[in-house]
Design a protein around this ligand. Structure first.
Ligand SMILES: Cc1cc2nc3c(=O)[nH]c(=O)nc-3n(C[C@H](O)[C@H](O)[C@H](O)COP(=O)(O)OP(=O)(O)OC[C@H]3O[C@@H](n4cnc5c(N)ncnc54)[C@H](O)[C@@H]3O)c2cc1C
Length: 338
């Protein structure tokens, strides 16, 4: 019997990983991507909490072999270091510029049909999977990212907490660091190359802003995003959604890319069954939503609660004190968010 063809809308991590996994099972699949590769994306580029079996299951484990490994982390409240910790497992540092491009090449090499420069509609049609990232919605959040050279790090991952936001700094390839920030803002940024340091300084992170000013920013890597919502996204009828199109975890967790890959993995089996004519499209959607809810609901709740605490001064002080007095371990927090 002929296999039914799937269409994936969106070639970020979720869409490409799903496309690769389906191609490995000989399922015919086309992927529509609005932009082209390589390209920079707003992302902290710090990938944590993924299991090696999950990367093997998707057939992409080899793409992480040369990624930077991060174990040591330091957290700042403004200029003050409030926590030093070792991550229970190493995280990967790899730019989206490189990773998405490598995934796209793998997808094509496996026989996937990739059409770039094509913006698809959000029609919840049978056989179409939406992996198109954060849906646009009014919100106070602004996300920024840029690569910097000559930026000495005081740990593999620096987290700078502020009132209503944070900045993460981590190593990616070629000796560069990726700096990404989430800011709750009432006024828009001025734009231009200095908008990153402006946002950082206005968030109350003056010392970090000075460090960024004296480092070398790769201007082509400077990207910004607004109008997105954290948490579960509004379901569009019976649409089958994966990655950020389904849910975006507060980014300080460094777990959004992992969730994108995990949601791709959860979708493979139901989609393969549909392609083989073993079940209807509605049951595919139900199975995928149920699997995502089971895997992600608890960590999303913890992440929202933790973000609320960490983005205000008293919350930061209490957290730091609890960990310093060993009433609660950093590992406990880490595990709740994964
Ligand atoms: C400020 C910030 C910092 C973050 N830091 C981290 C971090 O350190 N670690 C981490 O794990 N996660 C982080 N994240 C989250 C992470 O970036 C996302 O969870 C991840 O990118 C989700 O992947 P995705 O494939 O679902 O979506 P995306 O990567 O957004 O990909 C969606 C793709 O769909 C395409 N597309 C959109 N609409 C259409 C259309 N209509 N037709 C065709 N194509 C379309 C886009 O061009 C894009 O290529 C961060 C997020 C933010 C905002």
């Amino acid at each position: 019997m002929a296999l039914k063809k799937l269409t994936i809308v969106g070639g970020g991590l979720a869409g490409l990983a799903l496309g690769i996994a389906l191609c490995r099972r000989s399922i015919p699949v086309q992927l529509l991507e609005a932009s082209a590769y390589p390209r920079h994306r707003v992302c902290g580029e710090f990938l944590s909490g993924i299991h090696s079996e999950e990367l093997v299951g998707l057939g992409i484990e080899d793409l992480f072999v040369d990624a930077a490994r991060s174990r040591e982390t330091i957290w700042f409240d403004g200029p003050r270091a409030i926590l030093r910790a070792t991550l229970p497992e190493a995280a990967y540092g790899l730019s989206r510029f490189q990773l998405d491009s490598a995934l796209a090449q793998r997808f094509i090499a496996l026989g996937g049909q990739l059409r770039t420069g094509v913006r698809a509609g959000d029609d919840p049609a049978e056989g179409t999977v939406h992996a198109s990232g954060r849906p646009q919605r009014d919100s106070p959040w602004i996300g920024l990212k840029a690569h910097f050279g000559e930026f000495p790090l005081s740990a593999d991952l620096e987290i700078h907490l502020a009132d209503g936001g944070y900045v993460g700094v981590t190593r990616v390839e070629e000796g560069r660091v990726n700096v990404s920030g989430l800011f709750r803002r009432k006024t828009p940024l001025n734009g231009g190359p200095r908008m990153f340091t402006q946002a950082v300084a206005e968030a109350g992170l003056g010392q970090l802003a000075e460090r960024l000013e004296s480092a070398q920013m790769d201007r082509a890597s400077l990207k910004g995003v607004s109008r997105f919502h954290l948490g579960w996204q509004i379901q569009r009828g019976a649409a089958v959604c994966i990655g950020d199109a389904a849910a975006l975890i507060p980014p300080f967790t460094g777990n959004g890319m992992t969730m994108a890959l995990q949601s791709a993995l959860l979708a493979v089996e139901p989609l393969a069954q549909w392609s083989q004519g073993e079940c209807g499209w509605e049951s595919v959607g139900r199975a995928i939503r149920k699997a995502q809810s089971g895997m992600f609901s608890t960590r999303l709740r913890w992440a929202h609660a933790m973000q609320k605490v960490l983005f205000q001064p008293l919350g930061r002080r209490i957290c730091a004190a609890l960990i310093a007095r060993q009433w609660i371990s950093f590992e406990t927090f880490y595990r709740k968010l994964r």
